[in-house]
Each structure stands twice: as C-alpha cells, then as structure tokens.
Design a protein around this ligand. Structure first.
Ligand code: ATP
Ligand code: MG
Length: 140
C-alpha cells in the first residue's frame, strides 16, 4: 500500500477549500499523516517589481494568515500540521511546493474564490490535476 506521510492542502479561504481541509483531516486520521496547509498570495511578479505598497502587502499577508489559522484550528489534537505562505502563481507554486517538500498527495477544492460559475473545476485545480505527479483528490 502506498504510504501517505504528508498531505498538502492548498487553501484560499473559499467554501471549496474548507471542504478540502475537512476531507484532508479525515484522510490524515486514516493514514496517520501530517497535513501541510499552503496559502499562496496571488501577486504576479510584475506587480512585485512595480513595488507594491506596504499597506497592500500587509493586507494580503494578513488575509493569508487568517485563512491558515482557520485551517489549523480544525486540526484535532495529536495530528501534525503546519502552515505555509508563499507568493506567486497558485497553480505553479502548489506543484513546486509538493515536489520540493516531497509531500505524498494533494487535497484541494474543485472551486475557489473565482467568480466564474458553471465550470466544474477552477483553473488552479484543473492545472494541478493535469500536471501533478502525485495523487490529487478534489473535495466536493
Ligand atoms: N491562492 C491560492 N492558494 C492556495 N490554494 C488555492 C489558491 N487558489 C486556489 N486554491 C486551491 O484550488 C482550489 C480551486 O480553486 P480555483 O482557484 O481553481 O477555482 P476558482 O477560484 O473558482 O477559479 P479561478 O481561480 O480559475 O477563477 C481551491 O479550493 C483551493 O484548494
Ligand atoms: Mg481561484
């Protein structure tokens, strides 16, 4: 049986990502695995180079911290969990993170904070499902 030691859960604070957090915690209980929550501040490199104001950067960082704190609060006693914050393209950053940290699987939502409705998968989950080398679960 495949040994799942660490589950990566990308979180953006949406309902879809809340479902992913719940499902990942259930899976982590079965596998006795650790959960890694990852929030990516979606600021493109151009905007960074154009020198974002400290106030904007501060607001984005705080938003991420509260999303990560909410996820950590759901973790039951005795389960290992860690929160990470990155900046960049969410889809690319999720794949880089899972590879670099050798996480064993990804659990994410089908949709996120995007406004386009009526599409089964958001662009981030679609990209990750297509390009990840590890198992990906889309929580619904
Ligand atoms: N910035 C982010 N940081 C971490 N995880 C994210 C981020 N954005 C999306 N995700 C993850 O991807 C899942 C699907 O979100 P996605 O962004 O693909 O859908 P959407 O917002 O509805 O569509 P789109 O972004 O294409 O408009 C979320 O439930 C969450 O698990
Ligand atoms: Mg989105």
């Amino acid at each position: 049986m495949t040994d799942i030691k660490t589950i990566l859960v990308p979180v953006d604070g949406s309902k879809g990502s809340d479902k992913a957090v719940d499902f990942a915690i259930s899976l982590a209980q079965v596998y006795k695995a650790k959960v890694n929550f990852l929030y990516i501040a979606n600021i493109n490199q151009l905007a960074i180079n154009a020198c974002l104001s400290d106030a904007i950067l501060d607001a984005v960082t705080k938003a991420g911290d509260s999303v990560l704190d909410k996820a950590l609060e759901k973790v039951p006693h005795g389960m290992q969990a860690e929160a990470f914050s990155e900046t960049g393209s969410p889809a690319v950053t999720i794949l880089e993170f899972v590879q670099e940290n050798k996480n064993d699987m990804i659990v994410m939502g089908s949709r996120g904070l995007g406004v386009v409705k009526g599409v089964l998968l958001g662009s981030v989950s679609q990209y990750v499902v297509e390009n990840a080398k590890c198992p990906v679960v889309i929580a619904k």
